[in-house]
Design a protein. Structure first.
Lengths: 117, 113
């Protein structure tokens, strides 16, 4: 089974609207971390936000917030007031040790977000 | 703030040649990860180091090796290059703690011709 599932291969959103990018995960490890990264067309991988499995509050970083629903195993990224510069590929990733997994991040397939003026 | 530095940014090699990629982590970060991202793919974990010792291995081919040096910089050595090794190679570093933010370098784009 996929450890990280991003069901939206692509999204078009109007500028200034809020955006929700979906991410569900699968792990049996009680201790895990969830990450979101932005990858513009230039290729660099930009860290956006992190949520630990034991964190009581949903993580927020400026216009980014993470809607963490532990029972549903979902960690959706919410971008408020989208801007043209938000157009990029967005990856959800997880670090856990279930199934003897490596300690590197496991990434989803990504969502290609395009913000339209 | 200092970021993860990777060199070179771009590299073109011929089949069967060797390549060495370098990574300089954020100061005081004790963990380094290497990832490979093929065209249109998500990044795949290759190998990691903690305090200069190999920590874990992912899908790293036997033709590849890596090490972390006393100054915490890391090098990924790739031999007998194949066309399929053409990819973006990322290094990421992380501070203390198993689940803290991991910051990526800008990547090295390797093209094998």
């Amino acid at each position: 089974a996929q450890k990280i599932t991003q069901t939206q291969p692509g999204m078009f959103v109007q500028e200034k609207e809020a955006v929700t990018l979906d991410c569900t995960y699968d792990t049996s490890d009680p201790s895990y971390g969830l990450f979101w990264y932005k990858q513009p067309s230039s290729g660099e991988m930009i860290f956006l936000i992190y949520q630990g499995s034991y964190d009581q509050q949903n993580a927020t970083e400026g216009r980014y917030s993470l809607n963490f629903q532990k029972a549903r195993k979902s960690a959706n990224l919410v971008i408020s007031a989208s801007q043209l510069g938000d157009s990029a590929m967005y990856f959800c990733a997880m670090r856990d040790r279930s199934g003897g997994g490596a300690d590197g991040l496991t990434f989803g397939k990504g969502t290609h977000l395009i913000i339209q003026p | 703030a200092a970021g993860v530095i990777q060199s070179p940014r771009h590299l073109i090699k011929e089949k069967r040649e060797t390549a060495t990629l370098k990574c300089y982590p954020i100061p005081r970060h004790d963990t380094v990860y290497w990832y490979q991202q093929g065209p249109g793919q998500d990044p795949q974990f290759l190998i990691s180091f903690y305090e200069k010792m190999q920590s874990d291995k992912g899908s790293i081919p036997d033709r590849f090796s890596a090490q972390q040096f006393s100054d915490y910089h890391s090098e990924l050595n790739m031999s007998s290059l194949e066309l399929g090794d053409s990819a973006l190679y990322f290094c990421a570093s992380q501070g203390q703690g198993a689940n803290t933010e991991a910051f990526f370098g800008q990547g090295t784009r390797l093209t094998v011709v």
